[in-house]
Every structure is written in structure tokens, then in C-alpha cells.
Design a protein. Structure first.
Length: 426
DNA sequence: TCTGGGGTCCTAGGACCC
DNA sequence: TCTGGGGTCCTAGGACCC
């Protein structure tokens, strides 16, 4: 029986690569993608990295750098990235059913026992994905998910390995672990990284060799799992069918400061209508809701105001109008005049499966329930066919002066009939 | 004017119950 | 007189991930 071989397949500079698939003239050129609201930099092509464009930097601080180097700048286009992700994942699933889609641009695969060995399969995966989707990927292989992650990072760092690195076949694993900064280990973030650095623990190797009790005390059992995984003992299983989400949220920073309760209510109505559509798409009902608002600091130097409120519908629901009126009520208790609001959001809680719901005698369906259900189904069907905001509740407003900025969004090449790429002859 | 959005898990502490 | 031990549920806060 072969030793377990987890692979982590990770798309290189995913969002930037997606933009380039449909803009071939950008091949070899620096490309960056901005966060929602065109706020900060969330993806960079290799060329942009080489020019020193920093990850996470506010976009307005980089304008000069963008102009000087002719960097192509895009607003984020999640319709495009989501669709490209689905294509990559479908390609990966041809290789093994033992696969976990871990994020929009990453998947774990169990390559144990496949013909030719894990590394050979990984090279085939790489070639196939780039040929079928245009997206380049790197593959890290290891006996645990944490080591596969680490190997993936190393594969990206060392171009000479051809985008595939197998931890188990590495000639000097201790040296490899010693070369990885401790805060780059999967599961160890900035805070714990700083705490460890303060104690002279700087590398993955040094962390691996710490006393277990110390790790448990300072980093909880999750830290212990990470440590065991670095030692080669698998603690984190492949999750082929991720469990239903426990919360769903929709929130946005505004394109400009919002000062009135009416505008806040409109924005919240829009977020509710988005998150309710997600809820129905997953076949879930919400039994609670949290609404929150955040302001900018004001001129007097008062710290920003942040408020949140809970509300619950009479019975678990996925009905947009019910949820909107709930959010509007919650806002009533939350709103303070005289502030400039920066952001608001809605979180749906206590999610349960619609199918599994047992109706009690007390919450027998109201007469309008069946009509509501048909209305929501019709709304979702129209929006699925014609685009996300074709139909929206009037409470969301029409002009949306607070809407987020997206000045450089590329077309939704793959998901919108009006934005298909056009091929020209000759 | 100016720094995203969407998730999960763990722990501690308080309320409440038997 | 004078105040156990164990369990559950909820919330807030902090940490992590992409």
C-alpha cells in the first residue's frame, strides 16, 4: 500500500490569469486586479510582482506605479472568476473523484496509488488544465494537507521544478521546512506568527520541533493539528462534500459615504435580496439575521460608530420581502443620525435545510406562503437567465448612488449573453 | 476621498437547569 | 446553617482561511 499522497492544485495568480485568458494581448504584461470598490490590490501577475506591486496595497497609492509601467488594471469580476473556477474544477475531477474544492482557485486531490505515481499525475494535471482552460496551475504533493500546501508554495517559488513539487521525494525535507517562514505555514497567521517570532521560532521546522504542550496552550488544538501535520501525521481529512454553510452574508463598503437612513435601508434591502437568493439557491431557510453598520471616524476624532442588531422572523424563511422588512426594523434601532456611514451588511444565521424542515402545528403555512414561494422561484429564474439584477425588490432603490465603484471591470465573457467575446476574422 | 468580502473554528464566561 | 458538581446553551472575542 502506497503512502498517502495529497496534492494541492492552486491556480497561479488566479484572477489575473482569468483576465488574461480573454485578453491575449496582455500575455507577458503586468496585470493587477482590485478588490470590490476598487479598494486595494488582490491579485498580481508574475510581471506585476516583479515590478514590486505590493499585495493588499490601496489602489489609489499605486496610480503612479500603474501609469509608469503600463500595468493593466481590472476591477474584480466575480462572475468571470466563478465560471472559470468551475471549468478548472471540472477538469481536475477527471483525474480522481477523491477531490475537495477548497477555494475558488484551489483543490486538494488524493492521488494515492494512481498509476505512475503522484508526481507524474501532477504533471499531467498541470498540462491538461492549462490546455483546456488557459489557467496555469502549480501542484504541491505531501503526506498531509499541510505539507501539500507547503510543497505547493515551494513549487511556485522555485521555477526550476516545473510547477510540481513532491515533499515526500525531497532530498532534504528538514532544509525545505527550515526555508519556510513560520507565518507562511497553513494555519499559522500573522498574530501567531508574531508570537512565535518573539520566542525565536522563525521557520516551519522550528515550529514542528516545539513542545506540543506549549503549542496547545498558546494556539489551541488547531495549532497542535498543524504541528502534527508538519511531522507527517495526517489530522485534516479530505472533505469531498463540504457541509452546508452555517451562515451566509452579504456586505459592501459604499462607493461614497451614506448619511441618511433611507439610503442605508436601500443598501440593506439590496444585500438582503442578494443573500436571500444565495439562501434559496442552496435550499436553506434562515431563522435569524444580524444587521450591522459601520461609520467613518468623524472630524472631531470620535472613534467610528459600529452597531449591530439581531432579528428573527416568526418562522424560518427564505422570503426576500420578509427578510427585508426584518432588516429595516433592525436598522431602526441601529441608525444614529449625524454619522457618515461607510459599510453595512447582513448575515443570515441558524440556517436549516428547507427539505428537512418539519412543520409544527404552530407554524402551519400562512395562506400567502405558496404564493410567496412561486414569486421567489419566478424571480430567481428570471435573474438566472437574464443577469443578477434584472428583477429586484423596489426597496433596493433604482439609482443606487451608494453602489460600489467598479470602474475597470472586464466583460462577463462567459456568463452573460451581452458580453460574449467577439472573434474577428483576419 | 481613499485599505474587500465571505466564511470557519475554538475558548471563556455567564445563565440556567437538575 | 450557609452555598456542590455537572451539564447545556448562548454570546463575544479572537484567531485562522481564501
Amino acid at each position: 500500500m502506497a503512502a498517502t499522497a495529497f496534492a494541492l492544485v492552486d491556480c497561479n495568480n488566479f484572477y489575473a490569469s482569468c483576465e488574461r485568458v480573454f485578453a491575449p494581448h496582455l500575455a507577458g504584461r503586468p496585470v493587477v486586479v482590485l478588490s470590490n470598490n476598487d479598494g486595494c490590490i488582490i491579485a498580481r501577475s508574475a510581471e506585476a510582482k516583479a515590478l514590486g506591486v505590493p499585495m493588499g496595497q490601496p489602489a489609489f497609492q499605486c496610480r503612479e506605479l500603474f501609469a509608469r509601467h503600463g500595468i493593466a488594471v481590472f476591477s474584480s469580476n466575480y462572475a468571470l472568476y466563478g465560471d472559470m473556477s468551475a471549468r478548472v474544477m471540472a477538469t481536475l475531477s477527471r483525474f480522481t473523484p477523491a477531490m475537495e474544492v477548497y477555494s475558488i482557485d484551489e483543490a486538494f486531490l488524493d492521488l494515492t496509488g494512481l498509476p505512475g505515481g503522484a508526481a507524474k499525475q501532477a504533471r499531467r494535471i498541470r498540462e491538461t488544465v492549462v490546455r483546456w482552460t488557459g489557467i496555469p496551475v502549480s501542484v504541491g504533493i505531501g503526506p498531509t494537507k499541510t505539507l501539500a500546501k507547503l510543497a505547493n508554495r515551494a513549487a511556485k517559488k522555485h521555477p526550476d521544478c516545473g510547477g510540481v513539487l513532491d515533499f515526500s521525494a525531497h532530498p532534504d525535507p528538514d532544509a525545505l521546512l527550515a526555508s519556510v517562514p513560520v507565518e507562511d505555514v497553513w494555519g499559522i497567521g500573522r498574530r501567531h506568527g508574531a508570537m512565535l517570532a518573539g520566542r525565536g521560532v522563525l521557520s516551519a521546522r522550528a515550529f514542528r520541533d516545539l513542545p506540543r504542550e506549549f503549542v496547545r496552550k498558546r494556539m489551541t488544538v488547531q495549532g497542535v493539528h498543524t504541528q502534527l501535520e508538519l511531522r507527517g501525521f495526517s489530522c485534516i481529512d479530505l472533505d469531498k462534500a463540504p457541509p452546508a454553510p452555517k451562515t451566509l452574508m452579504s456586505s459592501r463598503s459604499f462607493g461614497r459615504a451614506v448619511t441618511t437612513k433611507d439610503e442605508l435601508a436601500e443598501a440593506l434591502a439590496e444585500y438582503v435580496s442578494r443573500v436571500a437568493a444565495k439562501l434559496r439557491h442552496r435550499g436553506l431557510l434562515a431563522s435569524g439575521m444580524q444587521v450591522y453598520v459601520q461609520t467613518y471616524a468623524d472630524a472631531s476624532g470620535r472613534p467610528p460608530y459600529a452597531g449591530s442588531a439581531f432579528a428573527a422572523p416568526p418562522a424560518p424563511t427564505d422570503h426576500t420581502a420578509t427578510l427585508i422588512s426584518l432588516a429595516t426594523q433592525a436598522l431602526g434601532g441601529l441608525f444614529r443620525p449625524g454619522w457618515r456611514y461607510k459599510k453595512a451588511g447582513v448575515i443570515l444565521l441558524g440556517l436549516e435545510s428547507r427539505a428537512g424542515r418539519q412543520l409544527s402545528l404552530l407554524d402551519a403555512p400562512a395562506p400567502e406562503a405558496a404564493r410567496n414561494e412561486r414569486l421567489m422561484a419566478a424571480l430567481d429564474a428570471v435573474n438566472a437567465k437574464w443577469g443578477q439584477d434584472t428583477l429586484a425588490p423596489a426597496a433596493c432603490g433604482i439609482t443606487r448612488p451608494w453602489a460600489m465603484r467598479q470602474e475597470k471591470r472586464s466583460p462577463r465573457y462567459t456568463t452573460d449573453w451581452d458580453e460574449l467575446p467577439v472573434a474577428r476574422a483576419g
